[in-house]
Structure formats: structure tokens, C-alpha cells
Design a protein around this ligand. Structure first.
Ligand SMILES: [Zn+2]
Length: 489
């Protein structure tokens, strides 16, 4: 289709395969190796099972099944009474036994659950993104390349990650833009955080493969998207690449591409293998997974509050706008922080303004999560109380906040140390006003001639006191002094 370069949103179809490590588990999916490997040297959390040594036998981590059921319930997916582990055969150093124990939805395979969805909000409209299936599988090892994958002289393998329980969440191609993909993933992450099964703060704990196709082209799979942040970037690149091929009359062929995070582009890895290349068959070393109705009921009865109902509760309990509540519940830790603050201070809207406004901005600036920052609910409430008491102005508070985020120190201590206490004594302000009048004789003449020019003088006083002078009082003192001068003149 030469000349067709502009694709409408609905012409772009994106489906995601999200891989979430079940980070609340202490041990791997099929062996007793510890999952707390991130700070340890490579290949120190391994055993014959997760190294795939012949003769070793896997046993299933019961808690992993429980987590998978809990997530299924949270996403409204239908839990299978019986499901099976399958072998996905492939030859690659990240899986030393030459197959991955996974699940499959064909050839007699049944995944842990099917169906369900996640509601997202795009430009004020609610949309449901359908879930195809959830499946449990083991995480492959981590490959470490020197520089870009296509020019690295060697590859190192770290098996610490091999065998960690992964939950793969597959969506229907219901997403129509890279932005929607990001919104979906944020929502999904918040749901998993609320369910307490997967913590996105752990490096590499949530990864993603994406399928993207434009009308007139074939489906391309983009692999190696290592974080949710990269998803939008990778999809934008891929969408533009496909658009430009199609607009020149070229074809987009079915293939697998690798997202190169450093160079911010996708590179062709291989033409997409067909499913039969994996020779899926049932894992003979494991029994079927049987989930009884009673077990599902029991887990359903302990299901925690999820982001949507929490949003509604925040609105009805604290009378904050839906927008505020949506932003707050987008990250569990943020909503927790808000509720901890409200327990200490009754003006919920004031808290919400600070949290979703300045606080979020400083957290983004430092690329920090609320729980990685040092700020405590007590410190934020302490700062707001200083404003209420007239000790500092709102303007000064905005200066103090980043310091609290960084150090967690009590706001009063920061204010005193940096000499930011509000200057409320008329005598003190008068001294500064006198000084400003002496330094700016021309501005004084202007203000005498035109009352509007008074702002300049007030501004100079604020500047000299670094914003500490009470603005109303300053205004009043400057006016009085001008009147005196006027009367003399
Ligand atoms: Zn092991």
C-alpha cells in the first residue's frame, strides 16, 4: 500500500505477554533454592534441579500454585480444575536442560486459568483489556552480554534466576497504542502489588514481550523488554519502523526482534519459529495440578482490596476527587502512604495535593519509588502543620520537601538549619524594607508616582529574605513607608 503512512489507532494491534516473578516466594518453582539472589555473586543459588542436571527431579512449590490462583481471581480469570505442566523444548544456554517447564493451551495442555481482564482508563473512557490466559513457568537464566547482543564477543550465564517462579499473563491484542500498553501495565502492576504476590521494585521482576501488527503487515514479536518503562519506548520504535516500511510499499515480515535498550531500537533476531518447533509435550516428571473448588473459595475469601475498589473507597471515605484517588491507587505504596498520612492529619485533600503534586514530581525527578525515598508520613504531615502554624509559607515548604524526600529529616530541623523560618515580626521586615528603599531610589520614585510599581519593591524584600517574609505584612509595611514618603514629599 504505497502512500499509506498514517495509521489510525484501531489499525494498530498490540498484545502483551507479561512475565512476573512471584517475588513473595522464598524458594524457586521446582526446587528449594532461595529466590533472594539479587545481591549475591552469579551461580550461587543453584542445585541439580535448577541447573537441569540429568537425573534430578522437580517438585512443585505449592505456594506458587496458590499465588497463580490468587492472581487469576484478581483478574477475574477462570481457574482450571486441572492443569498441566508442559515441556517447551529449545536449545539455548539460558535453559541448560534444553527445555523450559511451562504450560500450554493446545495439544491437550491446559493453563492454570483462562479469560478475565483488566479495566483501564484512556482519555476518560473505560476499556476492558481481555486476558487470554495465565500460566506458570520457570524463569530462564540470565544471559550477560558485553555491549550490544549482536556484537558481544562472548556471553556469560548466571543461573541464579533459573527456576524462579514466573507467572505469564497473556492478553488479547486489545491494545491500540504504546501509551495504552503502558497504562495497562501500570494497572496490572498495581493489582499484583495489592495482591501481594509480585513486587515490581525488584530489578527484572516484571518483563514483557509484545506482539505488534499494523494493518497490511505481519505480526512482529518484540522480546527483551526488561522493564515496564521500556515498553512504550520499544513499541513506539517498532510502530514507526513498520509504518515506514508499509508507506514505502515494503512488507513487514513475521519475525522476532530484540529490543536494544542502550541503542533504543529493535533488531531482527530470527524469523519467528512456529509453535511446533518447540515440540510441546506434557512434563512426565510432574503430576497434574489439581485445584479444588474449596481451595479456590478459601483463597477468594482472603482476597485483599484491589485498586478499583480502593479508589472508590478513597473517594467515598476521604471525599477526594476520583482523579486523585486514581493516581494514588496506581501504586500501592503511594495509596498506603496517603492513608498513613490521613491517619495523622484530617485534611485529606491537602495531603492528596502534596502527594500527587510536588511529592510525586520529586520522586520522579530522583527516579524513586515512594518506599525507596526517605520521606515518612510523619514528616510530610509535619511539614503541612508548619504551614498551618504560619512557621513557614507554602512556597518555603516546596523548597523543604525535596530535602525531606532525600534525607527523611524532620521538617522543623531542616527549616531551622537553613534559616527558613517565616519572618513574621514587623520590626524585622521593616529593617529589610528600609534597606531595599535605600538601595533602589529609582524604584521608590516610580512607586510614588504609580502604585502598581509597588510590586517591584515587595519583590525585592521577598528576594532579600529568600521568601521568608510574610507577604501580606511586607505589602502593608512597604505601603505605609511609601505613604510617609509621599506625605513628606
Ligand atoms: Zn535449585
Amino acid at each position: 500500500m504505497p502512500g499509506k503512512s498514517i495509521h489510525r489507532l484501531k489499525d494498530v494491534l498490540i498484545g502483551l505477554e507479561v512475565h512476573c516473578q512471584l517475588t513473595n516466594l522464598k524458594t524457586k518453582l521446582f526446587c528449594g533454592c532461595s529466590t533472594d539472589y539479587r545481591r549475591d555473586p552469579p551461580n550461587t543459588h543453584v542445585c541439580p534441579v535448577c541447573l537441569g542436571i540429568p537425573g534430578s527431579l522437580p517438585t512443585v512449590n505449592r505456594k506458587a500454585i496458590e499465588d497463580a490462583v490468587v492472581v487469576s481471581l484478581g483478574l477475574d480469570s477462570q481457574v482450571s480444575k486441572t492443569s498441566y505442566f508442559f515441556r517447551k523444548n529449545y536449545y539455548y544456554p539460558d535453559m541448560s536442560k534444553n527445555f523450559q517447564i511451562s504450560q500450554y493451551d493446545r495439544a491437550g495442555g491446559i493453563p492454570i486459568s483462562r479469560g478475565g481482564g483488566v479495566e483501564i482508563q484512556v482519555n476518560h473512557a473505560h476499556r476492558k483489556i481481555r486476558i487470554t490466559r495465565l500460566q506458570l513457568e520457570e524463569d530462564p537464566a540470565k544471559l550477560v552480554h558485553l555491549g550490544p547482543i549482536d556484537s558481544s564477543p562472548y556471553t556469560l550465564v548466571d543461573y541464579n534466576r533459573a527456576g524462579v517462579a514466573l507467572l505469564e499473563i497473556v492478553t488479547e491484542p486489545d491494545l491500540h497504542s504504546p501509551t495504552e500498553a503502558r497504562i495497562f501495565l501500570q494497572k496490572l502492576r498495581s493489582i499484583l502489588e495489592h495482591l501481594g504476590v509480585s513486587d515490581g521494585r525488584f530489578e527484572g521482576s516484571m518483563r514483557c514481550d509484545a506482539n505488534i501488527s499494523l494493518s497490511g503487515g505481519k505480526r512482529v514479536e518484540v522480546k527483551n523488554i526488561s522493564s515496564f518503562k521500556e515498553v512504550e519506548r520499544a513499541l513506539n520504535f517498532e510502530m514507526t519502523r513498520q509504518q515506514s516500511l508499509l508507506s514505502r510499499g515494503s512488507t513487514v515480515s513475521m519475525e522476532t526482534r530484540h529490543w536494544d535498550e542502550a541503542r533504543r531500537l529493535t533488531i531482527s533476531l530470527r524469523s519467528k519459529e512456529a509453535e511446533h518447533d518447540y515440540r510441546y509435550f506434557p512434563e512426565p516428571d510432574l503430576v497434574p495440578i489439581v485445584v479444588s473448588e474449596e481451595w479456590v473459595k478459601e483463597l477468594a475469601s482472603t482476597l485483599p482490596e484491589l485498586p478499583d475498589s480502593r479508589r472508590d473507597r478513597l473517594v467515598s471515605t476521604y471525599h477526594i476527587p476520583v482523579y486523585d484517588a486514581t493516581v494514588l491507587t496506581g501504586v500501592k505504596a503511594l495509596a498506603d502512604f496517603f492513608e498513613d498520612c490521613v491517619a495523622l492529619y484530617s485534611d485529606a485533600k491537602a495531603i492528596s495535593n502534596w502527594v500527587i503534586g510536588d511529592l510525586l514530581r520529586w520522586l520522579h525527578e530522583g527516579d524513586l519509588g515512594i518506599d525507596a525515598s526517605k520521606i515518612t508520613p510523619k514528616a510530610l504531615v509535619g511539614m503541612i502543620t508548619l504551614i498551618d502554624e504560619g512557621v513557614i509559607s507554602g512556597k518555603i515548604a516546596k523548597k523543604v520537601l525535596p530535602e525531606i524526600v532525600r534525607t527523611g529529616r524532620p521538617p522543623r530541623e531542616i527549616v531551622e538549619e537553613k534559616d527558613l523560618l517565616r519572618m513574621g515580626s514587623p520590626k524585622e521586615i521593616e529593617g529589610v524594607v528600609n534597606h531595599v528603599f535605600t538601595e533602589n531610589p529609582k524604584a521608590v520614585q516610580d512607586a510614588l508616582a504609580d502604585e502598581k510599581a509597588i510590586h517591584y519593591l515587595v519583590g525585592q524584600v521577598m528576594k532579600a529574605t529568600r521568601g521568608r517574609a510574610d507577604p501580606e505584612l511586607t505589602n502593608q509595611i512597604v505601603k505605609e513607608k511609601l505613604e510617609q514618603l509621599g506625605a513628606l514629599g
